[in-house]
Design a protein around this ligand. Sequence first.
Ligand code: GLV
Ligand code: MN
Ligand code: MN
Ligand code: MN
Length: 384
Amino acid sequence: MSEFAKLWAEIAPIGRAGSGGYLRFALTEPELTLRDWFRAQAALRDMTVTDDGNGNLFAWRGEPWAPGTVLTGSHFDSVPHGGGYDGPLGIVSAFLAVDRVPRDRRIGIAAFVEEEGGRFGVPCLGSRLLTGVIDPDRAAALTDRDGISFGAALGARPAGARKEIGQIAAVVELHIEQGRALETPVGVASAIWPHGRWRMDFTGIGDHAGTTRMTDRHDPMLTFAHTVLTADQEARLAGAHATMGRVQVEPNATNAIPSLVRGWLDARAADTATLDRLVGSVVEKATERAARDGTTLAMTAESVSGEVAFDTALAERLSALLKDAPILPTGAGHDAGVLSAHVPTAMLFVRNPTGVSHSPAEHASDDDCEAGIEALATVLEELT
Ligand code: GLV
Ligand code: MN
Ligand code: MN
Ligand code: MN
C-alpha cells in the first residue's frame, strides 16, 4: 500500500453517507473529527498547530506565519453528498509532500473552514475572513438550515483579517480537477471563472389545489419553473454555466398551491461582463414571468466572486518545473482564488478521469494522487 493509500484510508470513512458521498459540513462532528486527525498528523511531524480565530486551522514547519513561509492545504468540508477528494486531497497531499521536503523549509498547511458554503451559504468563508473580504459580524450572523449561526458554531465572533497573511511568500493549493479538462496526471491552474450565488424568493398566494380555479391562482412554482428553464437557456446561449440545484417550497404539500418557492441560482462565466449579462437577463425574464403569474420576486446576492487570474509567471514556472504540465482554467471556486488577491498564488490539479465532482462519483486514481504529491513536493522545495 502506498503512503497515500494508507493515509487516505484513515480519513475515508469519516462523514461518509449511505450514498457513498460525504456529509462533512463545517464545524459539525465529521469535520471536527478531521480536524483532530489534522492535529495528530501535525504532531507526528513536530509541526505547530494554530488557528486564526476564524475557524481556519494551520500546521507550521517553522515559526507560525514566519516571513517567507509557503502556505499549502485546502479544506475538509464537503457539499451535501459530495466526493471525498474535493478539499481533503489537498490536505493529505500537503502532509505527504512536507515529508519529502528538507526539514529547514518554512511551510504552512491550512485547513480552511466552510470552503463550500455548504452549511452557512457563503463559500470560502474562512479565506474571506482571513483576508478581510467579509465583515466578521456578517460572517458571524450567517445561519445554517437549523438556524445555528456561524458565530455560535465557532464559539466566538470571528477574528477577521490577519495582517500576517502579507508575510506569506506564496500559496499553492492542490485540488482534484473538477471538469473534464485535464488529461495528464497533474496540471496547473491559470484562472477561476467569476461566479456567484443568488437567492431568489418567489412569493405567491398559498391556496387549495382542488378548489382554486386555474385562473385565480398566484402560483410561485410556475415562476420558479420558468426561471429554471430560462437560466439554462440563457447560460447555453452565453457559453456560461447556470444551475438551480437547491430549492425550498412552502408549505411543501401535494395538495396546496405554494405560498413561497425559494431557489438558489449558481451562475458562472469566463468573464464578468458575460456573468453580469446572464444574471441580468435571468432576473429580467423572471420578473416578467412573475407579473404574468401574479407573484413577486425578491433577489439577494449571497456571494459574488470576481474573476481570478493566477500569477502567470508563477503558473508558467511551475508548469516548466513539472515537465510542461498543462495550464488550464476552472469554473470551480477555491480558497486559493480568494488568497490570490493578497499573495502570489498557484494551484495544482490532479486528474479526474470522468470529471465528475460534487457527487459521490468523484474520483482520482491512487497513482495520479501520488503524482500530485510528488509535484507538490517539487513545487514546495522550489519555492521555499
Ligand atoms: C466550490 O467548490 C464551488 O466552486 O462551488
Ligand atoms: Mn467543491
Ligand atoms: Mn474544493
Ligand atoms: Mn471549491
